[in-house]
Write a protein that binds this ligand. Sequence first.
Ligand code: MRU
Length: 327
Amino acid sequence: MSFRTLWFEDGALHLLDQRRLPARVEIVKARSAAEVAKAIREMVIRGAPAIGCAAAYGLALSADDFDDAREVLLAARPTAVNVRWALERLAKVTPRTFGALKAEADKVLEEDLAACRAIGRFGADLVPDGKGILTHCNAGGLATSGYGTALGVVRAAVASGKKCAVFADETRPWLQGARLTAWELLQDGIPVTLLPDVAAASLLDSGRIGCVVVGADRIARNGDTANKIGTYPLALAAHAAGVPFFVAAPTSTLDPRAATGADIPIEERAAAEVTHLAGQRVAAEGVEVFNPAFDVTPARYISAIVTERGVARPPYTETLTITGALR
Ligand code: MRU
């Protein structure tokens, strides 16, 4: 990888500032749980596995104030279950000192990278050779400790010699596809074609796409999957066009406490993300805004869920348990 998303150095969590990419490469340093939570809320760092890793370091940084730190981090963004997963993992650490908690956060980070590489290996086998791969949002190295989930599948497929043109939805309103996925793939020398979200159905219908691969923020026991807003319509369009639709995510994204997608909390974000473009108002003054950050794709539209433990196929209530992905 030609960049680092997050790392701990000199007593601070260092975060590549994803609000500034691709125009500027800047680092934000966070020295407490409150500072890490602010960075997560404001999208300095984003992507479910990456914010799980960041939250783990945030808790270590405020070890002296463990319970309050945990609450502030948990509240930062509600949909990605990786945050809760990481904090619960650190809660089992004894003693609750900075050193012991930081060592566990290091493990969370290292294991996430290993999981992404395994997801890539399993997922690459599913990718048809000689056809396009369409992805949404950014489920890449920027959204994880490195390598990525959906983009891990892309990286592994390309590395295995498969000829697959990559297509990225721009991903309104925050433009993770245009700003982040395009940037990180081009940094690694992987060509990518950008399209407006609304062009995805036509592209899928054209026969040029062999599969869709997306990440996830939370997967329920039945396979219903919350991911960036716009994932559900993409799954519907893929289903209509007969194109396989794959979700790639580490097991830290599976929520054993969510039976179905109805149990997944969906974050709603500020109206200004929709009414403004690059700081300029584009919407009529006074208009009401609906701005959910995520949607839930019903399991019936998902052809397979790729985790670091293997590939689960429907019915997910059985297969996610059998692969050991849900315990
Ligand atoms: O709002 P974001 O940018 O945090 O949303 C990110 C996504 O929806 C990703 O697809 C998901 O977190 C998986 S990242 C490997």
